[in-house]
Design a protein around this ligand. Structure first.
Ligand code: NAP
Length: 239
């Protein structure tokens, strides 16, 4: 089993893609640390999965989480938690608090966790850090400008972090997982052709195979289209 005995932190594990990943990892014998804000959904995860209640918009809570993990063994971190808020800047209804919250969960938190946990991961040979991005990191959709900006920023951050880890000789793989459209609470009432969040298990296949970029499902086709014609990819994603 690929993740047997590995100790892996996964954020946003109470539902959707994060939950599917947590269950798959646990089934493979991993020691899973499942993080979300703390809810019945988090409590309802099967026995044996450790629950961590932490609001990732709260920098003090993030600092406490990181402090609590110092000196412990950690073989993987999956920055999966994310939120998407529809915002229309053109009609003046974009909300400053929403913007801050969306950037905090989607971008600041993965950066903060990378800063605090990369040294911990570096103590476990063969460890990895995955940031979950989106096809919308390549080109935005009209309805969610902040979400798209956060995912584009996270993709860029992930690549720069990989350069730093490589140049420093850290034995931590830094992975960008470009996630496919999946039927979760985030996408309720949005999008077509959604697949089961269980398809996100491709993230684990990619991590086990040593990939630094994982394109899940149809995202492989999007990558090809974007390579051939960024303008066409932008038209497809625009919404
Ligand atoms: N679904 C898709 O089609 C799709 C496509 C591309 C990329 N993605 C990305 O995949 C990831 C997972 O998305 P999903 O669709 O599974 O979303 P989801 O079903 O809405 O789940 C989001 C998770 O993030 C957690 N979360 C939200 N705010 C948080 C906070 N302040 N602090 C801690 N945890 C918080 C939620 O837990 P609580 O609410 O219990 O705290 C929940 O576990 C996200 O990064 C998303 O951007 C999704």
């Amino acid at each position: 089993m690929r993740f047997d005995g590995k100790r892996i932190l996964i954020t946003g594990a109470s539902r959707g893609i994060g939950r599917a990943l947590a269950l798959q990892l646990a089934a493979e014998g991993a020691e899973v640390l499942a993080l979300a804000r703390g809810s019945k959904a988090l409590d309802d995860l099967p026995e044996g999965i450790e629950r961590l209640a932490c609001d990732l918009t709260d920098s003090r809570a993030r600092t406490a989480l990181i402090a609590g993990l110092q000196g412990q063994r950690l073989d993987g971190v999956i920055n999966n938690a994310g939120i998407q808020i529809t915002a229309d800047f053109a009609n003046g209804t974009a909300d400053a608090q929403d913007i801050e919250q969306e950037l905090a969960v989607n971008l600041t938190a993965p950066m903060h966790l990378a800063a605090g946990l990369l040294p911990v991961l570096a103590c476990s040979p063969g460890s990895f850090l995955v940031n979950v991005t989106s096809g919308l990191a390549l080109a935005p959709k009209r309805q969610a400008p902040v979400y798209c900006a956060s995912k584009a920023g996270l993709r860029s951050f992930t690549r720069a972090l990989r350069y730093q880890a490589e140049d420093a000789g850290l034995r931590v793989r830094i992975i960008d997982c470009v996630m496919v459209l999946a039927a979760t609470q985030m996408t309720a009432g949005r999008g077509r052709g959604k697949i089961s969040p269980n398809a996100a298990a491709a993230l684990l296949d990619g991590a086990a195979a040593g990939k630094s970029e994982i394109w899940v499902g149809q995202m492989k086709l999007l990558r090809l289209i974007h390579r051939l014609s960024p303008a066409l990819a932008a038209r497809i994603l625009r919404g």
